[in-house]
Every structure is written in C-alpha cells, then in structure tokens.
Design a protein around this ligand. Structure first.
Ligand code: NAD
Length: 480
C-alpha cells in the first residue's frame, strides 16, 4: 500500500482534513493505495505557494527555465521503468505501452517546451507615417490551473504543466483521482531538477471538490482542462463570469473513413491500432469506421481476423496488447453501451464480453469489440464510449460519408484513407474536426495546434499555441 501526498511549495504533505480516497489497481480490482481527498483549504495553500513563487519565477531568464525543464525531461527518461510500471499499475494499460508512449511523451513535453520558450518571439509593428512603433509584450498570466484526465495520465498532465511553467506562470495542478501516481512521482523529479519551490503545486482529490476549488478560485486566472464534455461545460459555466482564460480539450467520436483506393495493408494495421490502442481509451481513437462499399466485405473479414488475434491480458505481461480498463465503473459504462448497441440491432461481429484473467479475476478486462451498424444516427455511433468498441458501416459516395462523418456533436479528429489527392483536399477542407490524419493516425508533431471543435472543445494547445494561451498579449505603442 502506498500513500500519495500533495506537493505544495516543493514539499509533500497530507491533506489538511486528513481525509483519504482509495486508489484501485485495474489489473486486479484491489485497493493498493490512498490518495488525499483534498479540500478547498489545500487548494488555497497551493495557490499561496504559487503566488509567493511567481514574482521570481516570472523573471527567471528563459535560459534558466529552459535548463530546468530539460533537466526534468532527462530525469523522467532516466526513471522510465519506474514511471512506466507505476502508470500501468494505476491505469491498467500495458507496461510496454507506458514505456513506449506515455512516459517518453511526458519527457518530450518538458524538452519540447523547454526549447520552444527560447524561440517564442513577439511582434512589433511600425505605424508608418505616424511616427510610432507598437510592440507586443507576451507576459505570463500569473497563477494558472491545470486539470487532466485518467487515460494518458502523465502524458496529458505534463502537456499542460510544461508550457505553463515555461511561459513563466506558477501552477496549481490536479491529476485525475483515478490515476494520481505518476503526478505524485513527478514532484520528486521537479525538486531534483531544481525547479524552485511553489512553481508547480499538485493537489490530489475529487473533481467536484478539489478540481472545482481550482476553477472557482478568484485569483487563478486561467484553466487548462482536458476531460469529458459534460465536465468541460460545467467548468465553462463557472469560469466564464469570472472572465478566466479557458482551454477545453474534451470528448470525441472520431470518424475513420476508408476508400477503396487506399494502401490497404497500411490502413488495416493502423486501423487496428486506431481502434484499440490503450483499450480504446484515447480521445483520438477512430471509433466510427466507414468503409467504401466495394471493399466492405473484404475489410470486414480481414479486420475481424486481426482483432481476434489481439491479446487481452495482465498489463505487465510482454505479450499483452490490451490491458485492463481504468475502473469498474468505466467497464460497466462500456458494457452498457454494448447492450444499447444490441438493442439498437447492432450486429456484434466480435468481442462484447468481459474477460476473466486467471489469478486476476477482479480486473476490468474487456474483449475488443466490433459492431456492425446500419444507420449513422444510432446511439452507439453518436455517443462517446471511450473503450475498446468500434462500429463499422459501408458507404457508397464521398458526399454520403462526408455527411455521416460530420453528423455528430463532436469534432476532435478524423482519419482519411485514400490515394486520391483531389479527394483528400476536398474532404480535409470539409471535415468538421480540429485534427485530420490522412493515411496515418496519431502521428504527432508537438509544434502543431491540437484541439477540437464543436463539443470537443475550445482553444488549441501544442507548440506556440500553448505558449500563447499561457501568456497575455499586451500592446505597447510608443510615439517618437
Ligand atoms: P472527467 O471530465 O471526468 O475528469 C477530468 C478531470 O476533471 C479529472 O481530473 C477530474 O477530477 C476533474 N473534474 C471533474 N469534475 C470537475 C469539476 N466539477 N471541476 C473541476 N474539475 C473536475 O474526464 P475523465 O473521465 O477523467 O476523462 C475521459 C474524458 O476525457 C473523455 O471524454 C475523453 O474524450 C476526454 N479526453 C479528451 C482529450 C482531448 O485532448 N480532447 C484527451 C484525453 C481525454
């Protein structure tokens, strides 16, 4: 059993109310630790520490900030095994996945923004004929709040924290209460890297108490949130009348559109990955697969054959491709969606059942599930399931599939498989999504803007977009 503590002012401390929450291991369903059930008072303490640190941190040279961020990145890399195992135990994802994706990406986030801040420049405008020059100051906002979800715990936590502190802000952050462990471990790394105390403060606890206290805090001036659309709407309601800067990265229900003229082999392999990586618990997974009618039958046979080969197992086994879902509650939610699909006359082509793993009978395992549907507007094709469940359906024309792809409330990402350039240009212009992949999936370049439209969010993170979000632009006009 471990005990997680809050990280405030560079030190680890218990919650002031001494209340605790259970931390579950999804691989066996057992409680394996305790996490603070922090109150408003702890958020206030974190805020006070951040406020104290801000005057000095905001004036720290870019070289020095960059050096510390890169040091954090190196320390994460040096401790990759410990972090990957901890992430896997907390989240249920295969250790191999945490080691290949989650932890390296968390390290990249710090390295990337450590470098990006040294290249971040603001503009000046000479007002010709008016003997004046304008320049833009890009100043840190002050104290900012970062709130992240459980699916890519350290990866998304650091995606917010790294640009926030690189830009000179001090941070009050809350990871998901379901997956708190790697955020807890990050505190030691920050101390070792020489991050001044109070620059980053991590408070653990429930969304509706700890998270909400961050959002409601009168002097936390910006909130960067990644999580569910419903939570995002709730946060926006609180933050809007307080005029806080808001970045909301929310849910998705992403189309994966497959034309007959695509590179079939590459498409098939990537589509399996895009459907089931991280047990389908990635906001960018292509959960709605639309296949051109002429190759639909072949695709269906080949796809199901590949999905049936996927190995569901304990996260620490090297052979495992799908680990456990994150929680009992989430497993029940996903199973409920499979039931809804059956009632809607969805045809379960494979999967659909819970998996019991010997010696880990209490774990939250589920078969990768493919459901054939006949209408775009059924619930299973419209609502975010966020598990190892995809739908497949044929289409006949480009216009028909474009309409179906866009006829959903979300607009996070879309994937397109075709070798026709004109079609690529037509569709990428018209697909309603913040991120479009053509003939690939999840190929990330951290310089690119990242975020969704419609119910998938507001604002963009990534590259200079994140540094713009975490700074205020101030125009100075000098008459000479
Ligand atoms: P969630 O909305 O339940 O929780 C996300 C975070 O918000 C957690 O830390 C939670 O404690 C906190 N929270 C909950 N209620 C709050 C409140 N009232 N005030 C402040 N904070 C609060 O989401 P989740 O279940 O952890 O994550 C899954 C969701 O995240 C999915 O919908 C998924 O699509 C989305 N997601 C989006 C992206 C993206 O980049 N767009 C990336 C990953 C996950």
């Amino acid at each position: 059993m471990h005990t997680i503590q809050n990280y405030i002012n560079g030190q680890f401390e218990n919650p002031s109310n001494n209340e605790w929450l259970d931390n579950y291991c999804p691989a066996n369903g057992e409680i394996y630790g305790q996490i603070p059930n922090s109150s408003k008072d702890d958020v206030e303490r974190a805020y006070q520490a951040a406020e104290l640190a801000f005057p000095s941190w905001s004036k720290t040279t870019l070289d020095e900030r960059s050096r510390i961020l890169i040091k954090i990145s190196e320390l994460l890399e040096a401790n990759i095994q410990q972090f990957a195992e901890a992430e896997s135990k907390d989240n249920g994802k295969p250790v191999s996945l945490a080691k290949a994706i989650d932890i390296p990406r968390a390290a990249s986030n710090f390295r990337f923004f450590g470098n990006a801040i040294t290249q971040f420049a603001s503009e000046s405008h000479e007002s010709v004929g008016q003997d004046a020059i304008n320049y833009t100051l890009r100043q840190p906002i002050g104290i900012v709040g970062c709130i992240s979800p459980w699916n890519l715990p350290l990866y998304l936590f650091t995606w917010k924290i790294a640009p926030a502190i690189a830009a000179g802000n001090c941070v009050v952050a809350k990871p998901s209460e379901i997956t708190p462990i790697t955020a807890f471990l990050l505190g030691n790394i920050c101390n070792e890297a020489g991050l001044p105390k109070g620059v980053l403060n991590i408070v653990h606890g429930l969304g509706k108490i700890t998270g909400q206290a961050i959002v409601e805090h009168p002097y936390i001036k910006a909130i960067s949130f990644t999580g569910g659309t419903k939570t995002g709407a709730h946060i926006a309601k609180i933050a809007a009348p307080m005029f806080k800067k808001l970045s909301l990265e929310l849910g998705g229900k992403n189309p994966n559109i497959i034309f007959a003229d695509c590179d079939y082999k590459g498409m098939l392999e990537t589509t399996v990955r895009a459907s089931f990586s991280n047990q389908g618990q990635i906001c960018l997974c292509g959960s709605r697969i639309f296949v051109e009618a002429s190759i639909y039958k072949k695709f269906k046979t080949d796809f199901i054959a590949k999905v049936n080969q996927l190995k569901v197992g304990h996260p620490s086994s090297e052979a495992t491709q799908l680990g456990a879902l994150v929680s009992k509650q989430h497993l029940e939610k996903v199973l409920n969606y499979i039931d809804i699909a059956k009632k809607e006359n969805g045809n379960i082509l494979c999967g659909g059942n819970q998996v019991i793993i010997k010696d880990y009978e209490g774990g939250y395992y589920l078969e990768p599930t493919v459901i054939e549907i006949s209408t775009n507007d059924c619930k299973i094709n419209q609502e975010e399931v966020f598990g190892p469940v995809v739908t497949i359906m044929p289409f006949n024309t480009e216009n028909e599939v474009l309409h179906m792809a866009n006829a959903v409330r979300y607009g996070l990402s879309a994937t397109l498989w075709t070798s026709n350039l004109k079609r690529t240009m037509r569709l990428t212009n018209q697909l309603q999504a913040g991120i479009i992949w053509v003939n690939t999936w999840m190929l990330r370049d951290l310089r690119t803007p990242f975020g969704g439209i419609k119910a998938s969010g507001v604002g963009r993170e990534g590259g200079f977009e994140a540094l713009r979000f975490f700074t205020e632009a101030k125009n100075v006009c000098i008459k000479y």
